[in-house]
Design a protein around this ligand. Structure first.
Ligand SMILES: Cc1cc2nc3c(=O)[nH]c(=O)nc-3n(C[C@H](O)[C@H](O)[C@H](O)COP(=O)(O)OP(=O)(O)OC[C@H]3O[C@@H](n4cnc5c(N)ncnc54)[C@H](O)[C@@H]3O)c2cc1C
Length: 457
């Protein structure tokens, strides 16, 4: 078969084909993590599944490396490469809500902001990420942790089906009934198995939520962490509450003289009946001496975009992550010695609870293996100035080194860095061998390898 030429690719694609030398090239090659500076040969801004198929054929038949980009948030910069092909799904943003069936179908380039905006008027939502600009693609395929995880599970637990362009160029539907092995692997296996052109999710009756942002005095950090591990073990599942370290941003409810100081906080999202929200926050307010607080009902999409300003595109990123079944006393000691040193306002550490509904799914029911983990911690180093790279990556590395002995060996693939490839097998525990055999079936040549890679051999 003749290899498709660039000219033929341009003719076949209804979206946009951007190559070196084109005026939009520099803007199109940029990804969210400002630390990544790569120069692909061609970026295909796909308009539809047919464009994805054309770009994939061009890439595989010309022996080019292939990256797939959804929302572009990958910290290791998996959405780009040097000298290869990038399939950028960012223009595929169709969302169709079926309020009667309580489902939503969203194209592979949607962000969570796109999805939650579309479902909100129907008083419905699904389990997605906490930042509106994160792509549904990468986030869902790795698992998907967010405010609603305790009650409604991970994003993958709400996935009904996915349309996927596989390495051989076919468009397949994956669901419990069609290609169930592929559907199993997609739910946690990351971008290893194909390009998902649309996702179908189950929706839940959540519209407005009651939100609590509670900043505690650093001196009470131990007490707050001990409260948090106790409280979240049995809190009602409508309560999504994570622990965090954060330098106080200039927000109106934080006294001006305290802005710029580090605090420990609990970010709470009550998705039960709104009139019960204030009462639901009371135990959290008693966790320690409160330095600042903001308690308010708000639309779920407003919560989803509330922190976007802290994480604009173009920051430098270096992250580490750990799962844990418990926040042990040793882990608390590690948190307390490193958390207060959070270097800049953009950086943060979140301890997400993934108990409740996430733990009720069997470990072998989907590719996501850590169903016994109750916490997923992310140490998210994010800072504006490349001159500060050494200081900020050091903070993340030192923090992780202290936490690692109190954590499970694997990590959440979506929070892992480029230097975490060696943790991939551990991250899938007993599911790894099955993932390898499904990889062999759907991607024997490892076309999709710019990811936390599951190798077919
Ligand atoms: C600011 C920020 C906030 C975050 N918040 C959360 C959070 O609340 N919860 C959480 O679980 N994670 C969160 N993450 C991590 C997030 O899940 C990963 O960064 C994820 O990879 C982002 O997906 P994306 O589509 O935006 O990224 P991209 O860089 O576009 O994609 C990353 C990789 O995912 C794969 N991929 C993406 N889309 C597709 C597709 N349609 N088909 C096939 N493969 C695809 C590809 O391998 C791609 O290289 C956050 C990350 C950031 C930077």
């Amino acid at each position: 078969m003749a290899k498709p030429t660039m000219e033929e690719l341009r003719g076949a694609v209804r979206g946009q084909v951007i190559a070196r030398g084109d005026s939009e090239y520099d803007a199109a090659r940029k990804v969210y993590n400002g630390m990544i500076d790569k120069h692909p040969a061609v970026i295909v801004r796909a308009a539809d599944a047919a464009d994805v198929m054309a770009a994939l054929a061009y890439s595989s038949q010309n022996g080019r490396i292939l990256s797939v980009r959804g929302g572009s948030h990958s910290v290791p910069g998996f959405g780009t490469n040097d000298d290869g092909v990038v399939i950028d799904l960012g223009r595929m943003k169709g969302v169709r809500v079926d309020p009667r069936a309580k489902t939503v179908r969203a194209d592979g380039g949607c962000t969570w902001g796109d999805v939650f905006h579309a479902t909100y008027p129907f008083g419905l939502t699904t389990a997605g990420g906490i930042i509106s600009t994160t792509g549904i693609g990468g986030l869902t395929l790795g698992g998907g942790i967010g405010h609603l995880s305790r009650g409604h599970g991970l994003s993958i637990d709400n996935l009904i089906s996915a349309d996927v362009v596989t390495a051989d160029g076919r468009l397949l539907t994956a669901s419990e009934k069609e290609n169930p092995d592929l559907f199993w692997a997609l739910r946690g296996g990351g971008g290893n198995f194909g390009v998902v052109t649309s996702f179908e999710y189950r929706l839940h009756p959540v519209k407005d939520v009651y939100v609590g942002l509670v900043f505690f005095e650093l001196s009470a950090a131990r007490q707050v962490l001990e409260f948090y591990r106790r409280y979240i073990a049995t809190a009602p599942e409508e309560m999504g509450a994570f622990f965090a370290w954060q330098i106080a941003p200039p927000l109106p409810f934080i006294p001006e003289k305290r802005q710029g100081e580090p605090f420990c906080l609990i970010v709470a999202c009550w998705s039960g009946p709104l009139e019960k929200g204030e009462a639901a926050m009371q135990p959290i307010l008693k966790a320690g001496p409160v330095a600042a607080r903001h308690l308010t009902p708000m639309p779920f999409p407003a919560l989803n975009s509330a922190f976007d300003g802290l994480v604009p595109s173009g920051l430098q990123h270096y992250w580490k992550t750990a799962f844990a079944t418990d926040i042990t006393d040793g882990a608390i000691a590690a948190h307390i010695s490193h958390g207060p040193k959070v270097p800049v306002v953009n950086s943060t550490v979140h301890i997400y609870p993934i108990n409740g509904a996430c733990n009720r799914v069997r470990a072998d029911a989907t590719a996501f293996a850590y169903r016994d983990a109750r916490f997923a911690t992310v140490i998210a180093g994010m800072w504006p100035d490349p001159k500060d790279n050494e200081k900020n990556t050091r903070w993340v590395k030192d923090y992780y080194a202290a936490l690692e002995p109190h954590s499970s060996p694997g990590g959440y693939v979506n929070f892992m860095g480029e230097d975490d490839q060696s943790r991939v097998r551990d991250s899938y525990k007993g599911n790894y061998d099955r993932l390898v055999s499904i990889k062999r079936k759907y991607d024997p040549e490892n076309l999709f390898h710019i990811n936390q890679n599951i190798k077919p051999t």
